[in-house]
Design a protein around this ligand. Structure first.
Ligand code: 9UX
Length: 70
């Protein structure tokens, strides 16, 4: 399985609950492995198989959860 590392700047996270929410919606997607979300840096680092979940789908999941994929 091809694995790609993608970093997406995330706006609108204001507490660790937000971090948990963003982490959860990303981990629910097919082909997503390790997810590390940082409140301090305002970003999400995601290991994923781009053939199962493309970057656009990662961004859409962040937006659907009420945050901004920057
Ligand atoms: Mo924190 Mo975020 O109280 O979706 S959970 S603001």
């Amino acid at each position: 399985m091809a694995t790609e590392q993608t970093v997406i700047k995330v706006g609108g996270m204001s507490c660790q609950g937000c971090v948990k929410n963003v982490t959860g919606v990303l981990q629910a997607l097919p082909g997503v492995g390790e997810v590390a979300v940082s409140l301090e840096n305002g970003e999400a680092r995601i290991s994923h198989d781009p053939e199962k979940t493309a970057v656009a789908a990662l961004r859409a999941a962040i937006e659907d959860a009420g945050f901004d994929a920057l």
